[in-house]
Design a binder for this molecule. Structure first.
Ligand code: KG4
Ligand code: ZN
Length: 357
């Protein structure tokens, strides 16, 4: 199939219906998005089948287990999505998959399925960057303006993306025009949440567990480091090590876990908030967006919201339901690309290290 021709480009339809598949890590996700003329994009259906339970006993994601389960579930997920949206595959204009970054064996399953669907039903195939999906997700329910000038749909902004694999500050001038201004030099923020949770014997994924514990704790109880002050890059491994060295000194770990979690979460929050504000000022942006799995965290959302309000900036967070991996954000990234003239190609291949900019 690679190298096969796409159907001849048709005049772009007023209404675009996109089916997207996301399998970059341990969530198998399928979504159908529709957008007509000047209306906002509408999610007709967004399904996520999580493999968290399968990976929990390993304390993290096992690539072979992930890809095997994507291939077991994906077909029925696609059928269910079409069913829920009341559509058939020949009603879909474009089949989209995540190209990367992610686990190669997992990406391959979603990519191959989307290509097969496109080939069988005559739709186009397009693949998009997973991080672009996260980056654009805060605008999914806020997209407006005519699709005839799609660049206008996404205003210039400073994007903070915090996920299990990435922590990035990106100056987005418009959809597709991104400039990286900060990234983690070691662990991602989500990875630090997961590793600290593991040290405390909390289950995977650690982020939600730490947040739960932190609600009962004192964020000032332990003074953990705020690393790389004055820079726009991040480092979370020193913070993780500081927690590791603190734990053996504590007598009753169960009793102090809430204080550890609250202090750790506060250290992560302080760093994310201060660097985002600084980056926005440096780029001259008056909008800050927050997305990625860690953006589920209410303490981080509200701290960034409060700071933006205090400094007269607009704050736009991804809806909690679209924070962790999902296919609606992949469909939305593809929609903007198609409205900007992209047609995709059957020869597009996965790229586990696909960089955004
Ligand atoms: O974006 P995502 O679903 O997957 C990646 O692309 O990496 O992010 C998953 C990450 C995990 O590290 C998880 O622990 C973290 O998001 N996470 C949270 C919360 N919910 C999920 N971190 C902090 N607080 C949360 N409530
Ligand atoms: Zn993700």
């Amino acid at each position: 199939m690679p190298g096969a021709e796409q159907p001849a480009p048709k005049e772009e339809p007023e209404t675009l219906t996109i089916l997207a598949i996301e399998t970059s890590c341990d969530e198998s996700a399928v979504a159908i998005l529709r957008q007509t003329a000047t209306a906002p994009a509408e999610i007709l259906c967004s399904l996520v089948s999580s493999q968290i339970e399968l990976h929990r006993s390993y304390g993290g994601v096992v690539p072979e287990v992930a890809s095997r389960n994507h291939s077991l579930i994906l077909r029925s997920l696609v059928e269910q999505a079409l069913d829920e949206a009341g559509l058939q595959s020949n009603n879909i204009d474009a089949f989209v998959a995540t190209r990367g970054p992610g686990l190669s064996s997992s990406l391959l399953v979603g990519h191959t399925m989307a290509k097969a669907l496109a080939a069988a039903s005559g739709g186009n195939f397009l693949s998009v960057n997973h991080m672009e999906g996260h980056l654009l997700s805060p605008f999914l329910s806020n997209s407006r303006t005519s699709w005839k000038s799609p660049g206008l749909m996404i205003p210039a902004h400073l994007a903070l993306i915090v996920s299990g694999g990435h922590t990035m500050l990106i100056h987005a001038r418009q959809a597709g025009d991104y400039h990286m201004i900060g990234r983690t030099v070691d662990d991602a923020a989500g990875e630090a949440f997961d590793k600290v949770a593991r040290m405390l014997g909390l289950p995977y994924p650690g982020g939600p567990e730490i947040e739960k514990q932190a609600r009962k704790g004192n964020p000032e109880a332990f003074q953990f480091p705020r690393s790389m002050p004055g820079e726009l890059n991040f480092s979370f491994s020193g913070l993780k090590t500081a927690v590791r060295y603190t734990l053996p000194k504590i007598d009753d770990l169960t009793a102090r876990a809430p204080d550890i979690c609250a202090s750790f979460q506060k250290a992560v929050t302080d760093v994310l908030v201060s660097k985002s504000l600084r980056a926005a000022h440096e780029c001259g942006c008056n909008i800050i967006t927050l997305s990625g799995g860690v953006s589920c965290n209410k303490a981080i959302r509200s701290a960034l919201n409060d700071k933006c309000m205090a400094e007269g900036l607009h704050f736009l967070a991804c809806p909690p339901g679209l924070s962790t991996d999902n296919a609606a954000m992949i469909a939305f990234a593809a929609l903007l690309k198609i409205r900007n003239g992209a047609t995709g190609s059957m020869s597009e291949d996965i790229d586990p290290n696909f960089s955004l900019c």
